[in-house]
Design a protein around this ligand. Structure first.
Ligand code: HEC
Length: 213
C-alpha cells in the first residue's frame, strides 16, 4: 500500500502516542496485506478485488468482515477451497486484521480512462479516514496531484492501481484531484466532503452488504 506523507505522519503520531501493542498491530496488518495479495498464488484479491471491494464480480465486498465470517468462509465456501488448503493459522489472524483495517477506511475509487475520471465525484463525511484508489486504465504512466487535499504529485504506472490513505478534510466542500499529464487537463476527480455522506448508506462498512460495484 502506498502511504502519502500526510498519512505517514498520522501513522507516526499514532505510534508515538500509543504503546508497543500498536506497533505489533501495524505489523500484523502489513502481514495480512501480504496474505491478502498472495495467498495460494492468487490472493484473496484474485477473487475479492484489489481492496476487497468485490469489484471483480467473483467474491463479494468483504471490507470489515468479522473474524467469524472470514473463518466460516475459509472453512465452508467451496470456491475458496484453494485458500483453505494453503492458509496457515497465523496467516488467518493477519488477514483478519488487514480486512478489519480496510473496514475502517472509506474507499473512494476512480478509474482514469482517456483523461476522464470515472466516477468523477464521490462523497465522504468530514474527517473520515479514506482510502483513495486511483486506477490508471491507459498504458502510459499518469501523475496526479491535489493541492486541495494536500497530496503531492504521485504516479500510477500504466494499467496499475495506487491507493493512498488519508483523512477527509474537516471542512465541508469540494476538493479536487487532477491529472498532470493526461491529454486533457480540464477534468478532475472531486471529493465532495459533506455531513450528508455520514448518513448515507454509501459507507458500506457493515458485513453482508455486498455489491458488484
Ligand atoms: C477463488 C476465489 C476466491 C478466493 C481466492 C477467496 N475467496 Fe472469499 N469468496 C469467494 C466467493 C465466490 C465467495 C462468495 C460465495 C457465496 O456467496 O456463496 C466468497 C466469500 C467470502 C466471504 C463471505 C462474504 C459474505 O458476504 O458472506 C468472506 C469473508 C471471504 N470470502 C473472505 C476471503 C478471504 C479472507 C480470502 C483470502 C484469504 C478469500 N476470501 C479468498 C471466492 C474467493
Amino acid at each position: 500500500m502506498y502511504y502519502l506523507r500526510a498519512a505517514r505522519w498520522i501513522l507516526c503520531a499514532a505510534l508515538m502516542t500509543s504503546s508497543l501493542a500498536a506497533i505489533a498491530d501495524s505489523d500484523l496488518i502489513e502481514r495480512g496485506e501480504q496474505v491478502f495479495n498472495t495467498i495460494a498464488g492468487l490472493g484473496c484479491k484474485g477473487c475479492h478485488g484489489d481492496f476487497a471491494e468485490g469489484d471483480l464480480g467473483v467474491g463479494p465486498y468483504i471490507r470489515g468482515a468479522s473474524e467469524g465470517a472470514i473463518r466460516a468462509a475459509i472453512n465452508g465456501i467451496g470456491a475458496m477451497t484453494i485458500v483453505k488448503s494453503a492458509i496457515k493459522e497465523q496467516e488467518i489472524e493477519a488477514v483478519v486484521a488487514y480486512i478489519g483495517k480496510l473496514g475502517t477506511l472509506k474507499p473512494l475509487r476512480t478509474l482514469v480512462k482517456r483523461s476522464r475520471f470515472i466516477p468523477a465525484e464521490l462523497g465522504v463525511a468530514p474527517a473520515k479516514p479514506i482510502q483513495l484508489i486511483v486506477k490508471n486504465s491507459s498504458v502510459t504512466e499518469r501523475t496526479f496531484v491535489s493541492e486541495d487535499l494536500g497530496i503531492e504529485p504521485f504516479s500510477v504506472a500504466g494499467r496499475k492501481t495506487v491507493s493512498l490513505l488519508l483523512r477527509a478534510p474537516d471542512k465541508e466542500g469540494v476538493y479536487k484531484l487532477s491529472c498532470q499529464n493526461c491529454k486533457r487537463k480540464d477534468n478532475f476527480f472531486s471529493v465532495n466532503v459533506s455531513n450528508d455522506h455520514g448518513k448515507m448508506k454509501g459507507d458500506r462498512q457493515v458485513m453482508g452488504i455486498s455489491s458488484g460495484m
